[in-house]
Design a protein. Structure first.
Length: 299
């Protein structure tokens, strides 16, 4: 049965984003590598992830794990348990993983170019070269696929930031600058990713909104872990620390959203410098802030 497109986006409070047209993709720039980095893929989002330990391990050059679900990879491609039946010498589990990967790729392409609300299951299946039955074996709905694509896009952003962190950075500013440059370069290299992360998840459902807020909290924890790894002594209450880190996460997200919406008009170097200064200011605030303000001078 043909699946109709989602409701017209003009009926949502985010109608303006339906007209967003991403710029043409550019070649992905070379990025610094961190050979000690690997994805664990063993925990659900927000569970079992020690961000302070993660960042500390990265800075020490050791092997680290991230508690975000992501299929493990090797130089030969996706690694999947070799169990069950085999087709032409290939385990059915491997075939299933490849089909799922094709659906994720087609979701990124269609959601990131045409938009989530304008995409049907038929179009996703056609792009992924799978049947409707296969689609529903992997995902209960297009919303489930959107969530999976969204998570994959954010995993990519975390991965490139972590991989770019220099193992021998002389100061915290150098760490900030390397991570921010990699983050912005990845956004600019693939506008499809940017559209999914900052536009297509808006106003979909309460479940998608909860996933969005959950991932924002993960980025907040990541920033906190980065500062903890440098051994900074915080002079603020835990609640104040969390709120400041949330403002940092929201500020960077909004700057990125506007930069994408405006077609990357502002030079990337200037955007990066502004974000680095914001990171420095927040770090200094967390370390030096005195929550006891002086009384107003008497007139």
């Amino acid at each position: 049965m043909e699946t109709t497109p989602h409701a017209d986006s003009t009926s949502t409070p985010f109608a303006e984003f339906a007209e967003f047209e991403p710029p043409s993709p550019r070649a992905s720039p070379a990025r610094p590598s961190n050979s000690g980095f690997r994805w664990a893929g063993t925990a659900e989002p927000g569970e079992g992830c020690d961000w302070t330990g993660l960042v500390a391990t990265i800075l020490e050059g050791g092997v680290s794990t991230v508690g975000l679900p992501r299929p493990p990879r090797s130089e030969k491609g996706w690694q999947v348990e070799s169990q069950g039946r085999r087709y032409a010498g290939e385990p059915d589990s491997t075939r299933a993983a490849r089909r799922r990967l094709r659906l994720l790729e087609s979701g990124l392409e269609l959601f990131g170019t045409r938009g989530y609300r304008a995409t049907t299951v038929r179009e996703l299946c056609s792009a992924a070269r799978v049947s409707h039955r296969t689609f529903y074996q992997e995902f209960a709905s297009t919303e489930d696929l959107l969530l999976a694509v969204y998570a994959s896009c954010l995993d990519r952003l975390v991965e490139v930031v972590v991989a770019a962190i220099p193992l021998d950075a002389p100061d915290l500013t150098g760490t900030f600058r390397s991570g921010v440059d990699a983050f912005l370069s990845e956004i600019r290299a693939d506008p499809r990713l940017a559209r999914v992360v900052w536009f297509e998840v808006l106003g979909v459902s309460e479940r998608v909104e909860a996933a969005y807020l959950g991932r924002m909290e993960e980025f907040t924890a990541f920033f906190g872990g980065l500062l903890d790894a440098w051994g900074l002594t915080f002079q603020v209450a835990p609640v104040t620390r969390t709120v400041i880190l949330r403002m940092l996460t929201g500020g960077i997200s909004h700057v990125s959203m506007v930069w994408v919406k405006q077609g990357f008009e502002e030079p990337q170097a200037q955007i990066a410098e502004a974000i680095v200064r914001l990171l420095e200011a927040c770090a200094a605030m967390l370390v030096q802030l005195d929550e006891t303000l002086p009384e107003r001078p008497s007139e």
